[in-house]
Design a protein around this ligand. Structure first.
Ligand code: HEM
Length: 455
């Protein structure tokens, strides 16, 4: 079978680094993923080929080619890439990783939980939980804000989607999750894949971490089954779903969907908030404008769903932070059959990557791309950015199901916290740590300054 989206005669082979005899480009890829991908595009252009052991990889930087991958010719690509193979034990066959008709059915099942009517109901939880967090902070104290953001977004996603309270488990989940993330980062950098069952120290920590998540999900399910009934949340929808033969979802499938939504639904948003607070502390003019908007739109009360249309600068701040520090910094697919993308032939089983980190810093689309400038989203300068040149949430039918949830959460949490505190860097600037997502390593450690009411 062969599919094609042809613009010109296909060329034989895209340019790219030759790499080493056996390891290909793995040492460079593993040593500094972001630097390597950026260098590939700088040195070889919009379509780059490189090797890592066992994989032929193509890196796409042209928005038209990314559109081909995610939308126009999507039927020829699956997610079983180099990346996802490493995390099967965590996500199983949940919404992020499943394929085909099964994925479509599960996506349709989950979609009502992200409908605007439901989102409006979540707004209150988002703002009140952020307020509860801020009310425990003291003027002048120094905090690792990423830990706080993880706790907050974990509690929000658990309450809104599963009507569950994970307050007591948050620290333990956080610690296990850190270990999982470290092990996954190591796996990306290793030339050979060590199966999960081999008892290396990393695998043992990883399996313990996954087992803890399993226990918490089993508890949430057991609690719900002990007090059944439709609460209108996502968990109710999943529990009530029946297949064509009238059978409910299996416990394994429920576990996979719950863990997927729990993890995908909090870590990314926490990262986005942490980078946003860091960027604001380094950009006082943007911070001032943001505080002005929050004061005039929200004043003394908590922000709500109805305020969102008027919090346009706050929205632009989150959007701009997602441009510079996209939590999903690289996205991959695998080709099912030989095909043509743009001017190049791509063989079956090839891995295709594109990197929001590299794309979002492309000077063809963004003036002064390294600069944090939220105004660019309001002054018309991004109006000609192609659809697939700014993709923090991916694109096509597999676009993030939580995109609006996340943007709303980012805006409401930011508006709530900044009503009460200003955040100043109290340690070194965090560095991006690429694992499943792009975490801020080393903090940010921030000093909190309580805001006085305006005179
Ligand atoms: C700033 C926050 C977020 C970012 C940057 C983000 C990013 C992404 C990206 C890039 C994808 C597509 C991956 C691919 O094509 O391979 C994705 C998919 C997904 N995201 Fe998000 N996400 C965020 C928040 C959320 C939230 C809040 C939820 C749920 C509450 C969520 C749930 C999911 C799920 C279930 C998928 C898989 C969708 C599917 O394949 O049908 N995400 N996300």
């Amino acid at each position: 079978m062969s599919t094609s989206v042809l613009r010109q005669e296909p060329l034989a082979r895209p340019p790219g680094p030759r790499g080493r005899f056996l390891l290909g480009s793995l040492p460079e890829f593993a040593g500094d993923i972001l630097g390597f991908l950026t260098g590939c595009v700088r040195d070889y252009g919009d379509f780059v080929r490189f090797r890592i052991p066992g994989y032929q990889v193509f890196l796409l930087q042209n928005p038209r080619d990314i559109e081909t991958l995610l939308l126009t010719n999507r039927g020829n690509f699956v997610k079983h890439s180099f990346f996802w193979r490493h995390v099967t034990a965590i996500f199983g066959n949940g919404l992020l990783t499943s394929e085909g008709d099964f994925w479509l059915r599960q996506r349709r099942l989950a979609a009502p939980a992200f409908h605007p009517d439901r989102l409006a109901a979540y707004a209150g939880v988002m703002a009140s939980y952020a307020e509860r967090l801020a009310s425990g902070w003291r003027d002048g104290e120094t905090r690792e804000v990423h830990t706080d953001m993880m706790r907050l977004t974990m509690e929000i996603v658990s309450k809104t989607l599963f009507d569950a309270d994970v307050g007591e488990d948050v620290d333990e989940i956080g610690r296990s999750f850190d270990r999982i993330i470290e092990e996954i980062a190591r796996r990306f950098r290793r030339p050979v894949r060590i199966p999960d069952g081999v008892p290396t120290p990393g695998n043992i920590r990883y399996r313990k971490g996954v087992a803890l998540l399993d226990r918490i999900v089993a508890r949430v399910l057991a609690e719900r089954r002990a007090r059944p009934g439709d609460r209108g949340d996502l968990l109710s929808m999943l529990l009530e779903a029946r297949d064509d033969d009238g059978r409910p979802m299996s416990d394994t499938q429920l576990r996979d969907e719950l863990i997927t939504l729990f993890l995908a639904g909090h870590e990314t948003t926490a990262i986005a908030l942490s980078w946003t607070l860091f960027l604001l502390s380094r950009n006082p003019a943007a911070e001032k404008q943001l505080l002005g908007e929050i004061a005039s739109v929200v004043g003394d009360r908590l922000p709500g769903f109805g305020d969102l249309p008027r919090l346009s600068y706050t929205d632009a701040v989150v959007r701009e932070a997602l441009r510079l520090y996209p939590p999903a910094y690289v996205i991959g697919r695998e080709a099912l059959a030989d095909c043509v993308i743009g001017n190049y032939a791509v063989p079956a089983r090839a891995t295709l990557y594109f990197s929001p980190w590299v794309l979002h810093r492309d000077p063809r689309w963004f003036d002064d791309p390294e600069t944090f400038r939220p105004d660019r989203w309001l002054d018309g300068s991004t109006s000609r950015v192609p659809r697939y040149a700014y993709i923090p949430f991916g694109g096509g039918p597999r676009v993030c199901i939580g995109e609006r949830f996340a943007m709303m959460e980012g805006v409401l949490v930011l508006a709530t916290l900044l009503r009460r505190f200003r955040f100043h860097m109290a340690g070194p600037d965090p560095t991006p740590f690429p694992s499943i997502t792009l975490r801020p390593e080393g903090g940010p450690l921030m000093r909190l300054e309580k805001r006085r009411p305006e005179a």
